[in-house]
Design a protein around this ligand. Structure first.
Ligand SMILES: Cc1ncc(COP(=O)(O)O)c(C=O)c1O
Length: 458
């Protein structure tokens, strides 16, 4: 596939009144930052729309970062990663886009190519090429597109693990039902607290078959907080792929939602073939947004599931070829589900990337690690607590899971909220643990308060 792509096919879109000239015009991230957010061009800069009473962002000051969020400051927000509250620059951008769409829908829809602006911002954040990035509504939508669109040859099979989220398991179950492909799951560790990278890689390697086409893993397990050594897994798979034809190569597909925005690694460092993630968790992007990135060549393995509306593709090309499917445009554009969307949220996503980059991806990751490490040390020292997440920062990210003697996790979460004003969550898996997610909206002092509060849960 050529990233330049074929000639833009505007006739059909314009003829159908779907997308206007502006949707095929180029755009830049800076154009969005200053032009669409209604602010000063600096994330957090004061603007006229919602969030205008929020103090300007000083990205070097964590209190200023926290002040960008409307979250109730009388609670310690250790579950803010579950579904993003919108920081001020994102709120302002949403309001600005909403106002544009509400006031003169036609002109606003046909203005700048805002989808492309977001794609470029996502690509820059991911360390990827923009044409390889599809825009989605969630991690789950990305997983659905991936495992519904995956073209399997007869005899090819799928390998996943016992630790993935329901949406991966269900997506693969449906893939198996449609294609007859075998899906196997391996267990990568017995005790999460003592998991090791070597053990994880070797267990996955042992599960790899000669015809395994898809290896489906999760960057950070939301049931235990264990972070996968994705690079080491990618290297192991690359070795296994050495003598395979392109159509038989095993593709490493990653649900990245608890890594993106919490760990600084970009896609080239990870070395995977596909990464899907919501951008409405650790990244604090607009609710109902996400990305599906695929390596340029890897996109050839996927059929689009929902027809694209991309104004940058000749939408007649599919019919013209007469072939059941031949990629006729970049994967990220073909892979972006068409139809009209809640565009005010989708288009505001570039502000979330800008907000994160203004603070610094490495600084964000370090802030999360610092608090998670402190929290784990505190919890591990408590006699009434069993820490589930590994202590090692290399094998964990922001999620910290634990079990409390004599108290089930929902009861513990309830008491922390009611008695200590500490908001946590519980793991949505068979083994239910109490789960913390320290991040840019929490502080080391709140971590210490949380440890004290957990100590009192007897
Ligand atoms: C590992 C994992 N993947 C996916 C999801 C779902 O994410 P989304 O809401 O972006 O689909 C969750 C939890 O919400 C999760 O823990």
């Amino acid at each position: 596939m050529d990233h330049q792509g074929p000639a833009v096919g505007r006739r059909r879109l314009l003829g159908a009144g779907l997308l206007g000239a502006g949707l095929v015009a180029g755009g830049t991230l800076s154009g969005c930052t200053s032009g669409t957010a209604g602010g000063s061009g600096t994330p957090g800069g004061s603007g006229a729309a919602a969030g205008s009473r929020t103090p300007d962002l000083d990205p070097a000051d964590w209190e200023s970062v926290r002040a960008q969020f409307p979250l109730d400051p009388s609670y310690a927000q250790f579950a803010a990663y579950v579904l993003a509250a919108h920081p001020a620059p994102v709120r302002r951008a949403i309001e600005e886009h909403r106002r544009g769409l509400d006031t003169d829908t036609d002109a606003y829809l046909h203005g700048e190519d805002r989808e492309e602006i977001v794609r470029e911002a996502a690509a820059a954040y991911l360390g990827a090429d923009a044409p390889d990035v599809a825009l989605t509504d969630s991690t789950t939508m990305g997983l659905g597109l991936l495992y519904t669109g995956m073209r399997l040859l007869p005899g090819q099979d799928v390998l996943s693990t016992e630790h993935d989220f329901y949406a991966t398991h269900e997506g693969l179950r449906l893939l198996a039902a449609r294609t007859g492909a075998r899906v196997r799951r391996v267990r990568l560790y017995e005790d999460p607290a003592t998991a090791s990278a070597d053990e994880i890689v070797s267990r996955l390697k042992a599960g790899l078959g000669a015809r395994t086409r898809v290896v489906a893993i999760t960057w950070v397990h939301s049931g235990t907080g264990v972070r996968m050594p994705v690079r080491a897994i990618a290297d192991m798979i690359a070795e296994a792929n050495r003598d395979r034809d392109a159509a038989d190569r095993a593709l490493l597909c990653v649900d990245g939602v608890h890594g993106l925005g919490a760990v600084a690694d970009q896609v080239e460092t990870l070395g995977c073939d596909f990464l899907t993630s919501g951008t409405h968790k650790w990244l604090f992007g607009p609710r109902g947004t996400g990305v599906l990135w695929g390596r340029e060549k890897a996109w050839d393995a996927l059929l689009p599931v929902i027809p694209t509306f991309s104004g940058r593709i000749d939408l007649d090309a599919g019919e013209k070829t007469g072939e059941p499917y031949r990629p006729y445009g970049p994967g990220g554009l073909l892979g972006t589900p068409g139809g009209y969307h809640s565009f005010e949220h989708r288009w505001a996503l570039s502000e979330a990337f800008a907000f994160h980059e203004a603070i610094g991806r490495e600084r964000v990751a370090a802030r999360i690690t610092e608090q998670a490490t402190r929290l784990k040390a505190g919890l591990a020292a408590l006699p009434n607590v069993r820490l589930v997440t590994p202590r090692s920062p290399e094998l964990s990210a922001g999620l910290v899971c634990c079990a409390i003697d004599g108290l089930d996790a929902p009861a513990a979460a309830g008491r922390l909220r009611a008695d200590h004003r500490i908001i946590t969550s519980v793991t949505p898996y068979q083994e239910v643990y109490l789960r913390f997610g320290p991040g840019i909206v929490t502080t080391p002092e709140q971590v210490d308060q949380a440890v004290k509060a957990v100590a009192s849960l007897r």
